[in-house]
Ligand binder design. Structure first.
Ligand SMILES: Nc1ncnc2c1ncn2[C@@H]1O[C@H](COP(=O)(O)OP(=O)(O)O)[C@@H](O)[C@H]1O
Ligand SMILES: [Mg+2]
Length: 429
């Protein structure tokens, strides 16, 4: 039994489809198996005792010396793979009917044939074509995945851009709507300032007549007569009233214009610490015309610290909520604008006494183009854009509505925006 073992071992080595080469300590070839014969086209009989690098000149590289050195020093197996180009030795000899060994991996390991013998090296070469192929496939799949991801990122960018454009166009539409209201609002003071100016022009003419009369007047009595006939006392008191009324009118126009300017801030697109109450007041001024015939507006402001936000966008959100609130009120109602500060968060609330939202519609109101309003009145974009603005601010919108009673929208905003890579904080409850 015992003497059959070497025989079995060498039979195995001859039949295995792995190349095996044994080198002595000086890297001279001592043995190789039939696989090497087949795939190198060289014969063991000629190679035996020859330096390895003479038989396989392509292996005579610094890399071979390096891995031999490493194996000698560490006593470890050193693996080189098909990706290491070129492979350590080239077994590309092809016989008819045999496929060439295109890709191969090599294992070099030190061993002692017997305890006293000098260190020898075993070289195992095996075909890794299939492995390489599947690895290539994997790599191709990974690359395809990478391309897909890139496409997706581009798509997301496009969507973001479209969203921005939508935001801009909704803003323009809203501003168009507002312009009509503002025109109406400005028309009234401008109208009476203009008529006051006309009255004043008449008064000035009369006053000039009195002054001019001083030159040619025969007596002081004539002048007194003229003064009386032109109703000087009335003119005098009316002038003051007209001027102060006109000043008020111009003041109102100025306020509206300043609010509009504050409100739009078209060029502003960055996060800055802002006073939200100032924004709310500005927005109220701007939408006042839409609100005043529909509701009494009640402000219940809390104490707010500055909030890092894009103020013009938050204005737009509040404007959408206010206009929606006014639209929801059929006759005349109340709109309450509330604010509060809780920990790292603030909230803005718009509550109305309008007709409310049916429960089945509650999860649709943020959908773009979802509207229950007649054509021309609603675009269905207000809430969807408000939602995306609030999301961009890492905040959230809550809605609470009872049909027939009213609706309350609450916008939560964090005081500080997270660093670009950081996690977004969760709202304080
Ligand atoms: N305060 C509110 N009260 C009742 N319904 C509301 C209120 N706010 C929004 N809605 C409902 O949500 C829908 C979508 O609102 P929005 O996106 O602003 O679009 P739009 O105002 O152009 O219709 C409205 O058509 C309305 O049905
Ligand atoms: Mg709306």
């Amino acid at each position: 039994m015992e003497n059959r073992q070497p025989h079995l071992a060498s039979a195995l080595v001859e039949h295995i489809s792995v190349g095996i080469i044994i080198l002595d300590t000086a890297l001279h070839i001592q043995y190789w198996n039939a696989f090497i014969d087949r795939h190198s086209g060289k014969s063991l009989a000629q190679a035996i005792g020859q330096p390895f690098t003479e038989t396989f000149p392509e292996a005579d590289t610094p890399r071979l010396r390096q891995i031999v050195e490493q194996a000698r020093n560490t006593g470890r197996h050193i693996y080189t793979q098909w990706r290491d180009n070129p492979t350590l030795i080239r077994l590309s000899f092809q016989r008819a009917g045999q496929s060439p060994l295109i890709l191969q991996s090599t294992l070099l390991f030190p061993f002692r044939p017997s305890p006293e013998a000098p260190l020898h090296f075993g070289l195992v070469l095996y075909n890794t074509t299939d492995l390489a192929k599947s690895s290539d496939k994997l790599e191709a799949a990974m690359q395809a995945l990478g391309v897909k991801q890139l496409e997706q990122e581009q798509l997301i960018k496009k969507l973001e851009k479209a969203n921005d454009q939508l935001l801009q166009s909704e803003k323009l539409a809203a501003i168009g709507q507002l312009a009509a209201g503002v025109a109406h609002e400005i028309n009234n003071p401008i109208g009476y300032v203009f008529s006051n100016l006309q009255t004043l022009a008449g008064y000035v003419r009369d006053l000039l007549r009195i002054v001019d009369a001083v030159e040619g007047a025969g007596s002081l009595d004539d002048l007194r007569q003229l003064k009386r006939s032109l109703e000087y006392d009335y003119i005098r008191s009316d002038i003051e009233a007209l001027i102060s009324e006109s000043e008020d009118g111009i003041d109102r126009v100025k306020k509206i214009i300043t609010s509009l300017k504050d409100f739009s801030h078209i060029e502003e697109d960055e996060f800055h610490p802002a006073d939200l109450h100032r924004g709310l007041n500005t927005t109220l001024n701007v939408v006042n015309n839409e609100l005043k015939y529909k509701a009494e507006v009640v402000k219940e402001y809390g104490e707010l610290p500055e909030v890092e936000c894009i103020a013009s966008q938050i204005n737009q959100v509040v404007m959408n909520l206010l206009v929606n609130a006014a639209h929801a009120i059929e006759q005349f109602g109340r709109i309450t604008l509330r604010t509060a500060h809780e920990g790292d968060w603030v909230w803005i609330e718009v509550e109305d006494t309008g007709k409310g939202i049916e429960a089945r519609l509650l999860n649709r109101i943020y959908e773009p183009f979802f509207t229950t309003k007649p054509v021309g009145k609603g675009t269905g974009l207000g809430l969807s854009l408000s939602y995306s603005i609030v999301q961009k601010h890492h905040g959230r919108i809550e809605v609470d509505s009872e049909p027939g009673r009213g609706t309350r929208f609450r916008v939560w905003l964090p005081l500080r925006q997270p660093a670009p890579t950081g996690e977004s904080p969760t709202p304080h409850e």
